[in-house]
Design a protein around this ligand. Structure first.
Ligand code: HEM
Length: 428
């Protein structure tokens, strides 16, 4: 693959440098100041840290996540994937996230209805009970790793139940999912690739068996409705059915786990550094609208997914930079969310910005355009319920140690969130 011809400022930031992945925001500011588009040498593509350009390019139909519908990648001189990773890419062919219209439209149309706000809002009592049950499980201990014991199980159990997969299989599903999404790592190793391919095969076999079981005994769940769609016409084939289920399972928890973890970290740091402001935050958190604004502001300030790319589907000129068909552009969601042209004092945690009118545009955390996150209403509901539930039950919640982010720029998430508390609302 040839590099983009460079007529724009070059920037060098190594995504695997701890100084970068612990907090990439100073680097983003430098990129934004260096130009509307910059050439990110470590990746070898043009990228933007400007909100308006990220938003415009995500919606621009001259760019897409897939290119195979307009040109055979071989004609661009792109090497074929190595044999050992072919099964992973064959699996991805059935994923709406990796396709463009008309295939994308068909696949997304099959699941859209299950994820609209009206359907998702009905899950509120279940999610509230789940949060309470998890807190009951660790409250007496006086300490917990809230990433492993709270932020992780909530989204995993919710999406497994929605699909109809047994929540008891969560450890298995988590392991497969982690190994599969490691494919999106910068400079991944052969070991990561082999593990991802093995996980894809095992997860697919598991789902195929589950589909056979559900065909015999349909239930009131999303997998049963997808099977019905499969069997009542040609709206999706068997491979697409398997991939769609796995995509929803993986996308349904990986990012939300870290959104909850990052959100809790922000709130606990606020409490420590701004005790006076904290009391006001607790008041805000107590209302539904306030809790939603807090959730949105945590998603803006420290989102779990920072970088998505698009291919140019035709030659075009963007901000004075020529793109040839197949050239990549990097869209920095995490940088767009801190663009001072859109958000005043972008580095400050200020949920009021989403409570005052007119509110600023929504953060880029869920993307934009045709691939805008189908699970956004679900993720927002989980965050809006999970964050306040903890502080209600554990008013003395504190960080035990300063948490750190993992070495995976593709998922900006914590490695652990050790916390402690004395007393509880129950015991007060
Ligand atoms: C806070 C949590 C989440 C974040 C930050 C997030 C973020 C995103 C982003 C940025 C995209 C677009 C990628 C692109 O344009 O290239 C996306 C797509 C997607 N997300 Fe999420 N997501 C979250 C939770 C969820 C949940 C709970 C689900 C459950 C169903 C989900 C399912 C999907 C799917 C299926 C797509 C592909 C949509 C398409 O291609 O049309 N996500 N997500």
């Amino acid at each position: 693959m040839s590099e983009t011809p460079v007529s724009i400022a070059r920037v060098t930031f190594d995504p695997s440098d701890p100084a970068f992945f612990q907090s990439p925001y100073a680097a983003y500011d430098q990129m934004r100041q260096a130009g509307r588009l910059v050439h990110w040498t470590n990746y070898g593509f043009a990228a933007t840290a400007h909100y308006d350009l990220v938003s415009a390019l995500l919606r621009d139909r001259r760019f897409g996540r897939d290119i195979s519908h307009v040109i055979n990648p071989a004609e661009l001189g792109w090497p074929e994937p190595a044999d050992h990773v072919k099964p992973f890419y064959a699996f991805e062919k059935g994923s709406m996230l990796e396709r463009e219209p008309p295939v994308h439209t068909r696949l997304r149309g099959l699941v859209n209805r299950a994820f609209v706000s009206r359907a998702i809002d009905q899950l509120q009592p279940r999610i509230e009970r789940l949060c309470e049950d998890l807190i009951d499980g660790f409250i007496e201990a006086g300490e917990a790793d809230l990433l492993a014991q709270y932020a992780t199980p909530i989204p995993v159990i919710v999406i497994a139940e929605l699909l109809g997969l047994p929540p008891d299989d969560a450890p298995l599903l988590l392991d497969w999912s982690h190994r599969m999404v490691a494919m999106y790592q910068f400079n991944r190793s052969r070991a990561v690739e082999d593990s991802a391919v093995a996980a894809t095969r095992d997860f697919s076999d598991y789902v195929r068996q589950f589909i056979a079981e559900r065909r015999r005994r349909p239930a009131d769940d999303l997998i049963s409705s997808l099977i019905a769609a499969r069997d009542s016409g040609d709206r999706l084939n068997d491979d697409e059915l398997v991939t769609t289920i796995i995509l929803l399972m993986n996308a349904g928890h990986e990012a939300t786990v870290h959104a909850i973890g990052n959100g809790l970290k922000i709130l606990l740091e606020q409490r420590q550094s701004e005790p006076a402001h904290w009391l006001r935050l607790l008041d805000v958190m107590a209302t539904e609208e306030g809790a939603a604004a807090i959730a949105e502001e945590t998603l803006r300030l420290d989102p779990p997914l920072h970088l998505f790319t698009r291919y140019a589907l035709e030659p075009c000129d963007i901000e004075g930079q020529s793109f040839r068909i197949g050239d990549k552009v990097g869209l920095l969601l995490g940088a767009a969310n801190r663009d001072p042209a859109i958000y005043a004092r972008p580095e400050e945690f200020d949920p009021d910005r989403f409570l005052t009118r007119p509110a600023p545009p929504q953060p880029m955390s869920f993307g934009a355009g045709i691939h805008f996150c189908v699970g956004a209403p679900l993720a927002r509901l989980e965050l809006r319920l999970a964050l306040p539930a903890l502080f209600r039950r554990l008013p003395h919640l504190r960080l035990s140690t300063q948490p750190v982010f993992g070495d995976t720029f593709h998922f900006h998430g914590l490695t652990a969130l050790p916390c402690k508390w004395t007393g509880s609302r129950d015991g007060d």
